[in-house]
Design a protein around this ligand. Structure first.
Ligand code: NAD
Length: 274
């Protein structure tokens, strides 16, 4: 194979070679799936999130071993603007710029409005929404200088419809779609796109724990918990996978997606088609 063909093959299989991606909340679940997919596409990756030191090291080492790209880790707390600013200072010092920003960190709390703990409301708005404002405002100048960037906001089907007892989560995820539109409009002529992905239920370790827990507490088989409890709203009755979410994120970074901006991709098995 001659050099030109080898180089073409590598830009086809590793279209993000030379780029740097930050995925917030990527020590587990969807964020880790997206970080792995971006690394498979050739991008250096900055992981972020909480968890056991040895598990984070294993996730980091696994990406390096599987895809041979540089992987760093930031323990920045997405509920704290100053911690996000410090993460950017370190990251921009190391890498110069962030090319792909995936705002994924998120938490949930379920309670009726009158009893919803005020501290939980504040934490959900800070982590699920305000952190994306801070990372976006800090990432944009470098992207604008380069004339290229991709911002992907992980919202939820709950960014499009509501569910009782999830006031803070639904408000934050709806807010995320507003932020997505405004970001896209402000940078529409600069080679930067900003879009949201709205997953329904995605199969992650947390979802597995819920299946086990509900099967035990209701005394019903796990298949019934999946179909009638967890996926009650989801017409296709299957979980999306973190690999599927990774594939969609990589698509949004591709040249084919250059004109997709300010919009939402629902990955919810038909939930919001009701
Ligand atoms: P998860 O709990 O497996 O992962 C959440 C990640 O966020 C973890 O890495 C965690 O350490 C990190 N995190 C939490 N608080 C943080 C903080 N203060 N600072 C930094 N990192 C923090 O959850 P997941 O299911 O993978 O969810 C990821 C995103 O996808 C969330 O925004 C969630 O709302 C959204 N989502 C998930 C589903 C689903 O079915 N799993 C569906 C729709 C949307």
């Amino acid at each position: 194979m001659n050099l030109a063909i080898t180089e073409r093959a590598s830009t086809t299989t590793q279209p993000l070679k030379g780029k740097v991606s930050l995925v917030t909340g990527s020590t587990s679940g969807i964020g880790l799936g997206i970080a792995r997919a971006l690394a498979a596409a050739g991008s250096a990756v900055v992981l972020n999130g909480f968890g056991k030191h040895e598990e984070i090291k294993a996730a980091q080492g696994g990406i390096v071993a599987d895809f041979g790209v540089p992987v760093s880790y930031s323990a920045a707390d997405m509920s704290k603007p100053e911690s996000i600013a410090e993460m950017f200072e370190t990251m921009l010092g190391e890498h110069g710029a962030v090319d792909v920003l995936v705002n994924n960190a998120g938490i949930q709390h379920v309670a009726p409005l009158p009893e919803f703990p005020v501290a939980k409301w504040d934490a959900i708005i800070a982590i699920n929404l305000s952190s994306a404002f801070h990372t976006t405002r800090l990432a944009l100048p470098g992207m604008i200088d380069k004339g290229w960037g991709r911002i992907i906001n992980i919202a939820s089907a709950h960014g499009l419809v509501g569910s009782a007892f999830k006031s803070a989560y639904v408000a934050a995820k709806h807010g995320m779609l507003g932020l997505t539109k405004v970001t896209a409009l402000e940078v529409a002529e600069t080679g930067i796109t900003c879009n949201a992905i709205c997953p329904g239920y995605v199969y992650t370790p947390l979802v597995e724990a819920q299946i086990e827990g509900q099967a035990k507490s209701h005394g019903i088989p796990r298949e019934q918990v999946i179909r009638d409890v967890l996926l009650a709203q989801q017409p296709n009755k299957r979980f999306a996978t973190t690999d599927e979410l990774g594939g969609i994120a990589v698509f949004l970074t591709s040249d084919a997606a250059a004109s997709i901006t300010g919009t939402t991709i629902a990955v919810d098995g038909g939930w919001t088609a009701h």
